[in-house]
Write a protein that binds this ligand. Structure first.
Ligand code: ZN
Length: 69
């Protein structure tokens, strides 16, 4: 797993929104989402709430499936 470069307080895991195929990286501590590539401290990234809103879902972790970690 990757230590979050943004908040430096949590692990970044691979996950996907349930019933969707797109995988992404997300920090379990600060809810930062990286859609492409490795986590970096600077943009591009989005916050989980924003990401989930695209699919009409709330940012609850129960709406996510963890792929590792
Ligand atoms: Zn973080």
């Amino acid at each position: 797993m990757i230590w979050c470069p943004r908040c430096e307080q949590g692990w970044v895991i691979a996950a996907r929104v349930k019933e969707r195929d797109d995988t992404f990286m997300v920090c379990k501590e600060c809810d930062t989402v990286w859609e492409d590539g490795d986590p970096v401290a600077k943009a591009p990234y989005v916050i989980l709430e924003e990401y989930m809103a695209r699919f009409g879902k709330s940012q609850l972790w129960t709406n996510l499936e963890q792929l590792e970690g």
